[in-house]
Structures are given as structure tokens and as C-alpha cells.
Design a protein around this ligand. Structure first.
Ligand SMILES: Cc1cc2nc3c(=O)[nH]c(=O)nc-3n(C[C@H](O)[C@H](O)[C@H](O)COP(=O)(O)OP(=O)(O)OC[C@H]3O[C@@H](n4cnc5c(N)ncnc54)[C@H](O)[C@@H]3O)c2cc1C
Length: 535
């Protein structure tokens, strides 16, 4: 095997696997190395949020994930109250208005199969020990489990190697923040005497907090943060009896735990690296942000980092996007990392109040505030990731997430926008009134002229029959009026969507000149010929 590649990814967790898929999908030469010799079987992250599922929809694996997990209405703040207090995802404008409970090992297995389908295998039993910068990129030193060491030369390096990241440490980047003073007890076990039949549960009393998540096979994830178990170091092995005593005390009834599949003590930290990029080296996922588990943000944030980085890196390497696009990765995702740390910290602190009086006050406040519609919406958009937007491009929708919509093809088949977004480049929506198509034809054709292997125009008629027009682009009908009802769009709108489903630019009229002006920050190759078209 040639020890040269365009991109070397370190770590085959959710972040590394997603980055590898995004690169391989665009035929970029990529290698992914993983220290572990076998895929992990640990359940770890259980919560997959709506935005992550939308991105997995683009990769064609969201349905499989949903089929293998189960859904829950939202993030619970308390199951003790008469009515559970939760940030409900119901009603969000997405195909996935829920949280998906899926053990991380399953998510990783699905991602790895998708990567294998693209012809890339994870190279297991290979650990990056260090790397140096070279004229062409980086040279990674890799140690095999068998003991031998070899070099991999790459143009770019992606550190998706988790919280103890060797890549981050080699860069000498700090991991600013602190460790929480509490230790959680965690077990995947059989549970008798209590049934979390409604799905995920959260309980609390004077002793502390408990989370119960049932699995398909009848076993349960139990997590407690218990005042009586804080003196032991979190590296010490957890005994089933301790978890048993702790959960019984918090549920305030005798329950019986048995058949542990995984028992561990777990201490979390709140840390963020100061930057996600240093020259040709990028970092994502737990390698740059770790935080409290409240709100289930860790895996989701890592996967979304990967989605933000993958297409930019691919397009910059092949030369269809300017190199400067790579700067936007840090600008966009570091800001999100900061926000996730703040939210998860706040959530956890509010749940872990020690003083009984403060806890009572919190319960009253939660009961008053959480059901309020604006607060519900804010919480749901925040936690699901659907509320994320970036400061980029021009126009009303620029930087916003595009919601899914459904159109009809010329053959009267239904197609969703997120299926169209599986195209590994930009998607250009031209919203056309068929009655005006004739007089606007020249402008439409000039906009369609920007089509290439990384930009695909889609003509969306607001009614009528695609077959009556002869555009040199896929022509669909917005038969439900989605563009108008979801985006408030009028015909003539020109919306350029990035490969990760965020709007790159938004024009209110079919204006090829204005479109040409916006393009250079996003695309390179086609500009010259498009300008010729415009002239
Ligand atoms: C108990 C627990 C519960 C959690 N619950 C949730 C939840 O409900 N929702 C949520 O979103 N998140 C949750 N998380 C967090 C979530 O597991 C992480 O955020 C997620 O795994 C991060 O993914 P990653 O790919 O960035 O890093 P990791 O999953 O840590 O993957 C890094 C990979 O890199 C490999 N590696 C490390 N160093 C090297 C090296 N030098 N060379 C080669 N390979 C290397 C590692 O073996 C590992 O496979 C939980 C975590 C834990 C521990």
C-alpha cells in the first residue's frame, strides 16, 4: 500500500467515520486509522438528534438508524412531575421530530458500513503517535499493534481522536476548561421492579439524579449522580451492588439489577480547544469539545463538525472551492462548540442543585417556564440542532438550515429536497412561475449555465407540468406549496444550498449577474465560463 494520501483521519468514532464518508463520497483519497483492533461495543451516546438525522438522510442512512433505534418525544427535565417536563420535539419542521435512542456502537456500525460501501476500510490496530509538518502537508508516524511503525504522508490531517487527542496535543493546543467535581455511576443492566415503559426517564431526590433508558432487548441504561458516591475516584471499578443501592435510593423503592453488560464510573469535563484548525491540520468532535452529557449533545456535535468539514475539504482539494473556504470550518463550528458547552453546563447545573430550597424553586420555575410555547420552541430548536445557523452569504435565508420539502417530478413521482441534497455539491433552486417562464427564459438558462459536477440546478415550478418546459435542468413541481409556506418564497427566488443543507446565498430575483457576484467565495472552477455566459 502506498503510504501517501490526500487526507489522513485519526480515529474511527462517529466524527472520524462521518468525515471519511464525506470525503470518500467525493472521490477524495482518504485513509482512516483507528487504535482499537475491534469496533467498540459500548452503548455510550444514546441520543441522536433531528439535525444529525437530517444529515444522515443526505448520506442515505437515516432510515436504517431510525429502524434500529426507538424514538422518544424529547429531552426530559423531570419524570417526577405529574406531567413530565420536557423539551418536546413534536411539531418541529423536520422528518425527524423526536429524539432517536440508538446505542453509539450501532451508529458507528451503520456509518462504517456506509464507508465500506464507498470502498474505504478502517485500518484498525494503528495508532498515530506523532506527526510533523512537511512541505506538502504532514507526515504521520503510525504504530501497529504488531509493534512495527510506519509513516503516512498526507496533504491534510484530521484529528477525530477523542478527548485525549494526540493530534491536539502534538499541536500544543490547550484544552481550556475544567473537570466536573461529580462522578456518575453507569450500567447497562437488566432491571426488575421498575419499568421505564414510556421510554427515557429522569428522577431526582435528595440523594441525586437518575436517568433510565430502556433498550430493545429488555435491558436498561442506568446512570446515577449520587451524593453518597462522590468520594471514590472515577477510575475505580464500579460494582453492581453500588449501582443497585444508588438507583433504589433515588427511585425510593427496591429494584433489582442483574446481568451487567457494562459498568463504569464516569466523570465529565467542560473543555474547548481555542481553535479547530492549525494550517493543514483540522480537529473535530471530542478532540476539541467535551462537556456534560445533559441534552445528549456530544456525538451530535461531532458528527455535525464532520459534516461541516468534509465537503469543504473535498472541494478545496479538488479545486472547485477556494482554499479560503477552509477557514469557515473554524469560524462556524468553534462558535457552535462554545454554545453547546454553555447549554449543557447550564442544563446540568440546574438539574444538580444541592440545596433542597433551591431544588424546590427550580421545580416551580421549570413547571412555570418549560411548558410556555416560546420556551418550548427555543429549547427544542437548540437541543435538536435544527436552530443552528451560520453567519455566511447574502440574502434573508443565507446561513440558515434549509428544511426538507417535497416536490413532484415530471413522471409524477415524489422526491424530497434532502434526497436531492445527496448530490455531492451545491444545489441551486430556481423557483419559477410557469406563466412567466417564457419571458424569463434567457435569465433561467444563464443561471442553469452554472451547472457542473459540483453545482446542480433544480427548477421548481410553483404549479403546472414540467413536461411542457424544456429546461436543461431537472424540473419539479412544488405541489404542496412548501417553498411558500416554509420559506415565504415568491417565484423568482434563487436559493443556493450548500452540501450540508445550509443556504449559501439567497436572491429574490432571477438575476444571473447578482448570482455571479456571490459565487466566487464559494466556487472557483466555473467562474470564468459563467462570466462568459453572463457577458
Ligand atoms: C457514558 C457516555 C455517555 C454518553 N452519552 C451521550 C449521549 O447521549 N449523546 C451524545 O451526543 N453524546 C454522548 N456521549 C459522548 C459521545 O460518546 C462522544 O461525544 C462521542 O463518542 C465523540 O465522538 P468522536 O468520534 O469525536 O470521539 P470518540 O468516540 O472518542 O472516537 C475517537 C476514536 O479515536 C480513536 N483514537 C484515539 N487516539 C487515537 C490515535 N492516536 N490513533 C488512532 N486512533 C485513535 C479512539 O480509539 C476512538 O475510537 C457519551 C459519552 C459517554 C462516555
Amino acid at each position: 500500500m502506498l503510504n501517501k494520501t490526500e487526507v489522513l483521519i485519526v480515529g474511527a468514532g462517529p466524527t472520524g467515520l462521518t468525515t471519511a464518508i464525506e470525503l470518500a463520497r467525493r472521490n477524495i483519497n482518504v485513509r482512516i486509522i483507528e487504535r482499537r483492533t475491534q469496533p467498540s461495543i459500548r452503548s455510550k451516546a444514546l441520543v441522536v438528534h433531528a439535525r444529525t438525522l437530517e444529515l444522515m438522510d443526505i448520506l442515505g442512512i437515516a432510515n436504517e438508524m431510525v429502524r434500529r433505534g426507538y424514538t422518544s418525544p424529547g429531552i426530559d427535565f423531570s419524570s417526577n412531575a405529574e406531567k413530565p417536563l420536557r423539551a418536546s420535539m413534536y411539531g418541529l419542521d423536520t422528518r425527524f421530530p423526536f429524539i432517536l435512542i440508538l446505542p453509539q456502537a450501532e451508529t458507528e456500525a451503520i456509518l462504517e458500513r456506509r464507508l465500506n460501501d464507498l470502498g474505504i476500510e478502517v485500518e484498525r490496530g494503528r495508532t498515530l503517535t506523532s506527526f510533523t509538518k512537511t512541505d506538502e502537508g504532514i507526515c504521520g508516524i503510525v504504530e501497529c499493534t504488531e509493534g512495527d511503525t510506519f509513516e503516512i504522508n498526507a496533504r491534510y490531517l484530521v484529528g477525530a481522536d477523542g478527548a485525549k487527542s494526540v493530534v491536539r496535543k502534538t499541536l500544543d493546543l490547550s484544552f481550556e476548561g475544567s473537570s466536573y467535581s461529580w462522578t456518575a455511576l453507569l450500567g447497562d443492566v437488566q432491571l426488575q421492579g421498575h419499568h421505564a415503559e414510556g421510554g427515557t426517564e429522569q428522577h431526582s431526590n435528595n440523594r441525586g439524579l437518575a436517568f433510565i433508558v430502556p433498550f430493545d432487548d429488555g435491558s436498561h441504561r442506568i446512570v446515577t449522580i449520587d451524593r453518597n458516591y462522590q468520594s471514590t475516584r472515577h477510575t475505580r471499578k464500579l460494582k453492581l451492588e453500588d449501582l443497585q443501592e444508588s438507583i433504589s435510593a433515588i427511585l425510593e423503592k427496591p429494584v433489582e439489577l442483574s446481568d451487567p453488560k457494562w459498568l463504569t464510573r464516569w466523570g465529565a469535563s467542560l473543555r474547548l480547544a481555542p481553535q479547530y484548525r492549525v494550517g493543514r491540520v483540522f480537529l473535530g468532535g471530542d478532540a476539541v469539545h467535551i462537556h456534560s452529557p445533559a441534552g445528549g449533545q456530544g456525538l451530535n456535535t461531532g458528527v455535525q463538525d464532520a459534516f461541516n468539514l468534509g465537503w469543504k475539504l473535498a472541494l478545496a482539494i479538488e479545486g472547485t472551492a477556494p482554499e479560503a473556504i477552509l477557514n469557515t470550518y473554524n469560524a462556524e463550528r468553534h462558535a457552535i462548540g462554545k454554545k453547546v458547552l454553555r447549554t449543557s453546563d447550564l442544563l446540568l447545573k440546574s438539574l444538580l442543585l444541592h440545596q433542597p430550597l433551591l431544588r424546590q424553586l427550580r421545580t416551580i420555575l421549570f413547571q412555570l417556564l418549560i411548558p410556555l410555547p416560546p420556551i418550548q420552541r427555543n429549547l427544542a430548536l437548540n437541543l435538536s440542532g435544527l436552530g443552528i445557523s451560520y453567519q455566511t452569504g447574502k440574502g434573508d435565508l443565507a446561513g440558515k438550515r434549509i428544511p426538507d420539502m417535497e416536490f413532484m417530478t415530471a413522471k409524477h413521482e415524489l422526491v424530497r429536497l434532502y434526497q436531492l441534497l445527496s448530490f455531492p455539491g451545491y444545489t441551486l433552486l430556481l423557483f419559477i412561475d410557469p406563466n412567466q417562464a417564457r419571458q424569463e427564459r434567457d435569465k433561467i438558462d444563464r443561471l442553469i449555465g452554472y451547472a457542473d459536477n459540483r453545482l446542480k440546478p433544480q427548477i421548481i415550478l410553483n404549479n403546472g407540468l414540467p413536461a411542457l418546459h424544456n429546461f436543461q435542468a431537472n424540473t419539479l413541481v412544488d405541489y404542496r406549496g412548501d417553498l411558500e409556506t416554509k420559506l415565504g418564497a415568491k417565484t423568482g427566488r434563487v436559493i443556493l444550498i450548500r452540501p450540508d443543507g445550509y443556504v449559501a446565498s439567497d436572491l429574490s430575483t432571477l438575476d444571473p449577474e447578482a448570482f455571479a457576484e456571490q459565487l466566487p467565495s464559494w466556487k472557483t472552477r466555473k467562474i470564468a465560463s459563467s462570466k462568459a455566459l453572463v457577458a
